[in-house]
Design a protein around this ligand. Structure first.
Ligand code: ACO
Length: 372
């Protein structure tokens, strides 16, 4: 058997038309469009692009947006059971459980055709933010806030969470957050989704695989770890010493490093600009100053002195943004999932369209025992 690559590094496992990454030039495209261009659009346009393969016309955009709005509310059963979730779980666990409950009441439960899977995908994208917001409100012992049809997808989520209409800048930032989180080629969680879909299991199960995989600290969980790190540092003046200690003890700095990017993640640059604008709007530069200091120390110590290609990734300044938006830390990874669910669904649909069971081999390195 041929040799193997630990962590499947650099292995091309399948073909896709959904996204393209050049990790050396720092390029990311969804269906051929650069992420910098896409970040100026609405999240609804990105959902249309990823699921249907093209950007919507103005008319298609409005129809598609209305379709999503009409599907935001949860069914009675899913809404009821959220009251019985354990208060100590992370929102990712709540989302996983809620998706499972949503599958029970899905009108196309027993069908796996392309059309019905598109309908299921639209329902899942519409309802997932409501499930996360209801979970948080119920466990804060507050009234749930029903979806607001006047608000776009991501602003409505923030509204259901906090009970206030977001500012123009907050709404813009969350829209960009959902767009930048939506898709990223064959990352670990998307691979998990495609493996599940390749067995011809249903689309809800494929998404649950994705959620479980995104949760880990080496993947989407790093956003929460960045928020925790900022809290732990607490004061911009303590940042240099804190990061130097991590480096001295050979610990990882969360929000830095990437399997594919050998330069700054193009999404991280966009987030850095937005974090600065938000800090200025809130008249509180503390978290932003700490973040720029962390970036400066990592660049100086790991890139310039040690020659490593460890640059900030998507989770770094998004963690900073969540601090300014006052997002409860246990929601951080789940909000990432609310964006990424669109990419996962696009990949599951692509997998079903031209399926072959994903079943690699392992190199056996154990003993062979001969019976006496
Ligand atoms: N801080 C310090 N050193 C690091 C970091 C980091 N964040 N990331 C990698 N390194 C070092 C490793 O210690 C290793 O050094 P060595 O060669 O001297 O042993 C070298 O860089 C290569 O590291 P690997 O773990 O082999 O690289 P891999 O491609 O497997 O890791 C990963 C990628 C998991 C993202 C890693 O960079 C990491 O742990 N980062 C922190 C967690 C994080 O931010 N994850 C989010 C990634 S983006 C996303 O998934 C949405």
């Amino acid at each position: 058997m041929k040799d193997f690559k630990k962590g499947l590094e650099g292995i091309i496992a399948l073909e896709t038309e959904i996204s393209y990454i050049d990790g050396v030039k720092g390029i990311l495209e969804y269906r051929g469009y650069r992420i910098e261009q896409l970040a100026k659009l609405s999240f609804v346009s990105i959902i249309h692009l990823l699921l249907h393969g093209k950007l919507p016309t103005i008319r298609e955009h409005d129809q598609f947006s209305n379709m999503l709005k009409e599907r935001r509310e949860l069914d009675v059963h899913t809404k009821e059971v959220i009251h019985f979730y354990n208060f100590n779980i992370e929102a990712m666990d709540a989302l996983m459980t809620a998706i499972s409950h949503l599958s029970h009441s899905d009108p196309d439960l027993n069908s796996n055709s392309h059309e019905e899977n598109i309908s299921k995908a639209i329902r899942l994208i519409a309802k997932a933010p409501t499930a996360v917001a209801y979970f948080q409100r119920i466990h804060e012992d507050k009234e749930i806030i029903k979806p607001n049809e006047l608000l776009p997808h991501s602003s409505n989520f923030l509204y259901m969470l906090r009970g206030e209409i977001p500012t123009v800048l907050e709404a813009k930032i969350l829209n960009v957050d959902f767009i930048l989180s939506a898709e990223h080629e064959l990352n670990a969680s998307t691979f998990a989704v495609r493996v599940t879909a390749s067995t011809l299991s249903d689309i809800h199960s494929a998404i649950i695989s994705g959620i479980g995989t995104l949760k880990g600290v080496l993947h989407g969980g790093a956003r929460l770890a960045v928020m925790n790190m900022l809290d732990e540092i607490g004061d911009p003046k303590k940042t240099e010493k804190y990061v130097m200690n991590l480096i001295k003890n050979k610990q990882r700095i969360m929000g830095f490093g990437h399997r594919v990017y050998k330069v700054v993640d193009p999404r991280a640059d966009i987030f850095r600009d937005l974090a600065k604008k938000l800090a200025e709007e809130k008249k509180d530069m503390k978290w932003y100053e700490m973040a720029t200091k962390i970036e400066e120390v990592v660049t100086r110590e790991l890139v310039e002195k040690q020659g490593k290609t460890i640059y900030m990734n998507v989770d770094f300044y998004s963690g900073v943004i969540y601090k300014y938006l006052d997002i409860p830390p246990k929601l951080a990874t789940a909000i990432f999932a609310l964006g990424r669910i669109t990419g996962w669904l696009a990949h599951a649909l692509e997998q079903y369209k031209d399926n072959r069971l994903i079943r690699p081999r392992a190199k056996y390195i154990g003993d062979h025992h001969t019976p006496e």
